[in-house]
Ligand binder design. Structure first.
Ligand code: HEC
Ligand code: HEC
Length: 201
């Protein structure tokens, strides 16, 4: 009898624990930079609120394995297992906090908008407000982060997904910077985490 109870507890524990732990891990390890609600609390740091949970979890695994370079030492501690990463991802994905408005360059925004709609909107739908499978939500993202990451692909620091490489063809530094300004200028939906996926425009 006692043995059965212990077995049941062992089976249930890994399922129940990670979700409960997520807010604590976030508060202790991530919040000083990403905020408890995913609104960046440090400069040049991405907002994580409302982001696709798959993208967040996969990115954390890439940081752990070194497949995506990061400027942060021990960014995602190896002690965090897949279930804990999924719970942290869900915690930030569910956050309905609103990203702050940022200063952007009006001329760059205009130029970036045209480029974005001809090159990027197929995957980063709705002005970057809606994720598409693995393609992350990018609207209202922190500008410095966008400027760095948008170029990380051409620098070879991040791997292109196959078709994204084609969309970058012949785009120069100014073009990419303009697209970053455009994305940073777009306000987010009030409730990004819960918004239903809309048709592409
Ligand atoms: C010292 C500040 C700092 C801490 C602590 C930190 N991060 Fe980060 N995080 C960053 C910065 C800066 C980036 C931008 C890319 C890079 O250099 O890695 C980033 C990028 C990310 C990204 C990629 C976002 C995107 O849009 O591609 C994820 C996901 C992430 N962090 C999750 C976490 C989680 C989860 C924790 C806690 C376990 C955490 N970070 C702790 C600073 C931090
Ligand atoms: C075929 C689909 C596709 C197209 C077209 C595409 N992307 Fe992406 N994009 C993705 C995927 C998938 C990822 C996630 C890659 C990863 O996990 O590292 C991504 C990631 C990104 C990121 C990283 C965001 C972050 O928070 O770190 C940036 C920046 C980006 N794309 C910019 C662009 C720009 C600019 C264009 C147009 C010139 C574009 N993408 C076109 C699919 C696409």
């Amino acid at each position: 009898m006692k043995r059965q109870l212990i077995l049941a507890a062992l089976l249930l524990a890994p399922l129940a624990a990670p979700a409960a732990e997520a807010p604590e891990i976030v508060a202790g390890t991530c919040a000083k930079c990403h905020g408890a609600d995913g609104i960046a609390a440090a400069p040049a740091t991405p907002h994580l609120n409302g982001q696709l949970p798959n993208y967040l979890a996969e990115t954390m695994q890439k940081f752990q394995s070194g497949r995506r370079p990061t400027s942060v030492a021990d960014h995602i501690p190896a002690t965090l297992g897949a279930e804990q990463l999924a719970a942290i991802a869900a915690h930030y994905a569910d956050s309905t906090a609103i990203r702050p408005k940022q200063e952007t360059d009006a001329a760059k925004v205009q130029r970036g908008s045209a480029l974005y709609f001809s090159r990027c909107v197929d995957c980063h739908a709705e002005s970057g407000r809606v994720g598409d499978d693995d393609a992350p939500i990018m609207n209202a993202q922190e500008l410095t982060h966008l400027l760095t990451q948008i170029k990380a692909f051409t620098d070879g620091k991040r791997k292109f997904v196959s078709l994204m490489r084609d969309s970058y063809r012949d785009l120069g530094t100014d073009d990419l910077e303009s697209i970053a300004h455009y994305l940073a200028s777009i306000e987010q939906y009030e409730n990004p985490g819960k918004k239903k996926k809309k048709k592409r425009r």
